[in-house]
Design a protein around this ligand. Sequence first.
Ligand SMILES: [Zn+2]
Length: 128
Amino acid sequence: MKRAVLGALMCSLGACAAPGITLLSQNRIGLERIGSSTARIGYVFATENNTGIRLRGSVRRSPPLRGPIPGHIDLNVISPDGAPVEQKVVDYRIRNLHSREAHFSTVITTYLPPGTILRLRHHAGPHG
Ligand SMILES: [Zn+2]
């Protein structure tokens, strides 16, 4: 009961703060999706919890064929003044061979000040 009342109060202030609110819709964090010739980034959700920011999203083959999608995602965290903060490789998984899209999930534990940009780039090839 208490929780419901608190939720209602938050909503009345104009920012309806449901648990796991998306940071992207608040414009606290920017997002760039960069596709490759074989795949593009689909939906992306960013939610904040006590361990950090969880980023979830999808990767779709382009053209939209079924089956495994080669490659991975290169995630770059870019500070509000344009400096690279963090880079990591994010792997995704396809649910089954008939699926047209793969899903990924990763947690960013670095503090991200407002204005930070998360750049997600599909990278079809390996590193090095
Ligand atoms: Zn890469």
